[in-house]
Design a protein around this ligand. Structure first.
Ligand code: SAM
Length: 228
């Protein structure tokens, strides 16, 4: 995890995996990539509509649960960009943290609302269907948690991601981002990432890493270098 004066980044190197499940997931990834190749914006909603969501763990990100357990997450307003089915949003929300889950996809938002419908913490989060790159919130955030969003966007718009992260965080806010995938690959999503890729777009905006650690809790699929 790379920690900055107001950010943290986290990564896990990939490993080979030839199991049947990973082959199935790989074919889903290929279909997803074909759809996004044809339509890089509207394609996300089509993927959700067709159930092509190989990134969806069906549960909160394990390392996030560990950070919550250790009580190391900042309190206040939290943003989860590209929140998908919202598992992380629901996990973070509590009386000390109000969480906004942003999603471009109408079908993802529908799924997130289904998943969260029985949550006892419902008054501490909301899902907003909008584009991360154009959305202007009324109040800024103390924490942004980015998991598989940076790697999902096209590398040519990463500088805009850096600008938006900077604009959306309070001056003393913190970014936690899990670096994935770090193997060598062509194309995406997920597009390959490196510490240098984050530094390139965050350093000019005044971010400083406060820690970079290996994510030992990355689940099997996220350890595999060729699939989500
Ligand atoms: C790879 S998925 C990750 C979802 C979730 N973070 C997870 O780990 O399960 C990326 C998500 O970002 C959403 N997305 C893509 N571009 C977006 C944008 N410009 N604004 C908001 N959401 C976006 C997609 O619809 C998709 O659900």
């Amino acid at each position: 995890m790379m920690t900055t004066t107001n950010q943290k980044m986290e990564g896990k190197r990939g490993e080979e995996n030839h199991s049947k499940n990973s082959t199935l997931s790989s074919s889903k990834v290929e279909k997803m990539q074909d759809i996004l190749d044809e339509d890089s914006t509207g394609g996300w909603d089509k993927c959700w509509e067709q159930g092509l969501t190989p990134w969806d763990l069906g549960q909160p990100t394990p390392v996030l649960l560990q950070l919550l357990d250790k009580e190391t997450l900042p309190k206040g307003r939290v943003l989860v960009p590209g929140c998908g089915a919202g598992h992380d949003v629901i996990a973070i929300a509590n009386p000390e943290r109000y969480v906004v889950g942003l999603e471009l996809s109408e079908n993802a938002i529908k799924r997130a609302r289904e998943v969260s419908s029985l949550s006892p913490n419902a008054k501490y989060f909301e899902f907003i269907e909008t584009d991360f790159f154009t959305w202007r919130p009324p109040v800024l955030f103390d924490l942004i948690f980015d998991y598989t969003f940076f790697c999902a966007i096209e590398p040519r718009i990463r500088a805009s991601w850096g600008t938006r992260i900077h604009e959306l965080l309070k001056p003393d806010g913190e970014l936690i981002t899990l670096m994935f995938p770090t193997d060598d690959r062509d194309g995406g999503p997920p597009y390959k990432v490196s510490v240098a890729d984050y530094e390139k777009v965050l350093h000019p905006r005044g971010f400083k890493a406060t820690s970079i650690i290996d994510n030992e809790l990355a689940v099997g699929r996220r350890r595999v270098c060729d699939i989500f």
